[in-house]
Design a protein around this ligand. Structure first.
Ligand code: GBH
Length: 447
């Protein structure tokens, strides 16, 4: 048995839009509108019902309890709290999270709360969304209300989930809501997301709240595909785009110089105001990382950042993402070295596979293997003195997988979207054992 440190935090994770449903009891978010756009979301799927968690949270929390998962990471839907993107609060929305927290408390499950997991009130997008600097104050006000209500009941806060996804996929590539394809827009949005993070961390400190606050970034390891100098440079650019553009402002109070130069053809950065980078680098208590896969890069003229993607020959999940757990230990060790040994939680890690129910059970050995290998990589990093404090599996439930709708299943628990029946997969039972042992059995057999 390979043991995890004492007090290692174990949890599962979800996000509001992906599981809640309950569309009628909240305002329109950018994802509601995006889903109505033909061709944007597979099969025309949407989040109106999702896992109907809004009505089933009690049985869902019970299931977590049955599976012995001690922590639960969920997000609050901004548009459920401020349906019209103004400052008129929806008490019913607050009540839902109050009820959820009560349920978790009664079952002894500790909450980790994400304040923004992509479901911006549409009314705020109508004013420019994350491209408009005014959103910083709006986000801070929303967080103030949340801290007022729940500040003493939550020990672990995450300001933003994956600013790269929000800004690049939302405003740069357009694959996600609100679907802009605008490079300066991407850079502006990223800046305002990070700025709002810093402002909220400051407000949190001013309140003297007891809990911890941090940010979650989607990070990967970017490797050169071969030894050519041009591939090495492409990998550095990709790392700058995906990782350093977000890490450096938070941990070093500066944008990376090489990327500033690459981006200078798109913008003069006049949206960066005096003092912004100081605000963005307000000290965090931890860094959350969501890790799924790696990239292999070559020099490819004409491609975005002249970076071409190659396959590394590893097996793939049903998202098409390559499985390479060493990418996670490499990343964790690199974060320790380059960013002054931060406290880290893996706030998401997991895999989608084409699960099927047979005789009322879901046999998912590939997911077990994925989790096993990545937890092993976590232990390797801990052995290398990375200050890794916890691990949250993505996801508790099968859910709305954004542009892929309901066809991609990341859950430890299977959801039948017709009947809303929940069936814990084999991986859930396996994860339960890992938690009970606080360790991994070496050489587990997969069949
Ligand atoms: C997360 O985003 C989200 O937080 C969550 O809501 C979502 O359901 C889950 O993951 C599964 O998709 O270049 O190696 O990173 C995922 C962010 C960013 C992960 C792009 C995959 C491409 C492969 N994604 N990334 S890599």
């Amino acid at each position: 048995m390979r043991k995890f440190p004492e007090h290692f935090v174990w949890g599962t994770a979800t996000s509001s839009f992906q599981i809640e449903g309950g569309r009628e009891s909240r305002g329109e978010s950018i994802w509601d509108q995006f889903c109505k756009n033909p061709g944007k979301v597979l099969n025309g799927d949407h989040g109106e019902v999702a896992c109907d968690h809004i009505n089933r949270y009690k049985e869902d929390v019970q299931l977590m309890k049955d599976l012995n998962v001690p922590w639960y990471r969920f997000s609050i839907s901004w548009s459920r709290i401020f349906p019209n993107g103004d400052r008129v609060v929806n008490e019913e929305g607050l009540q839902f999270y109050d009820n959820l927290l009560t349920e978790l408390e009664q079952q002894g499950i500790k909450p980790a709360v994400t304040l923004y997991h992509w479901d911006l009130p549409q009314a705020l997008q109508d004013k420019g969304g994350w491209m408009n600097r005014d959103i910083v104050e709006e986000f801070a006000h929303y967080c103030d209300v949340i801290f007022d209500c729940f500040g003493d009941r939550v020990s672990n806060w995450i300001t933003h989930n994956e600013p790269w996804v929000v800004s690049w996929l939302g405003y740069g590539s357009g694959e996600h809501a609100p679907g802009y394809r605008d490079i300066p827009g991407f850079l502006k949005a990223a800046h305002h997301v990070l700025l709002s993070h810093g402002v909220v961390v400051k407000r949190f400190r001013e309140r003297g709240l007891q809990g911890e606050i941090g940010i979650t970034l989607n990070l990967n390891s970017s490797y050169p595909f071969n030894e050519n100098a041009s591939s090495v440079e492409a990998a550095v650019r990709w790392d700058g785009f995906l990782n350093r553009w977000f890490l450096d402002p938070v941990f070093k109070g500066q944008y990376p110089a090489d990327m500033l130069e690459h981006y200078s053809v798109y913008t003069d950065f006049s949206f960066v105001k005096e003092g912004d980078l100081d605000t963005m680098s307000a000290a965090v208590d931890f860094l959350g990382i969501n890790y799924y896969s790696i990239s292999y890069l070559t020099h490819q003229p004409g491609a975005w950042l002249e970076a071409g993607h190659e396959g590394g020959g590893h097996r793939r999940t049903s998202m098409g993402w390559e499985v390479y757990a060493k990418g996670l230990s490499d990343l964790l060790i690199r974060l320790k070295n380059d960013y002054d040994n931060p406290v880290i939680y893996v706030t998401e890690n997991g895999a989608a596979y084409d699960d099927e129910v047979t005789n009322g059970e879901v046999h998912d050995p590939e997911r077990v293997q994925y989790l096993q290998e990545h937890l092993d990589a976590c232990l390797d990093a801990i052995d290398a003195d990375v200050d890794l404090r916890g691990y949250f599996a993505w996801s508790f439930l099968d859910n709305f997988e954004w542009a892929f709708g309901y066809c991609k299943r990341f859950g430890l628990v299977y959801v039948d979207f017709e009947t809303q029946q929940r069936i814990p997969k084999e991986s859930a039972k396996w994860f339960q054992q890992v938690i009970l042992n606080n360790g991994l059995k070496i050489q587990q057999q997969y069949t």
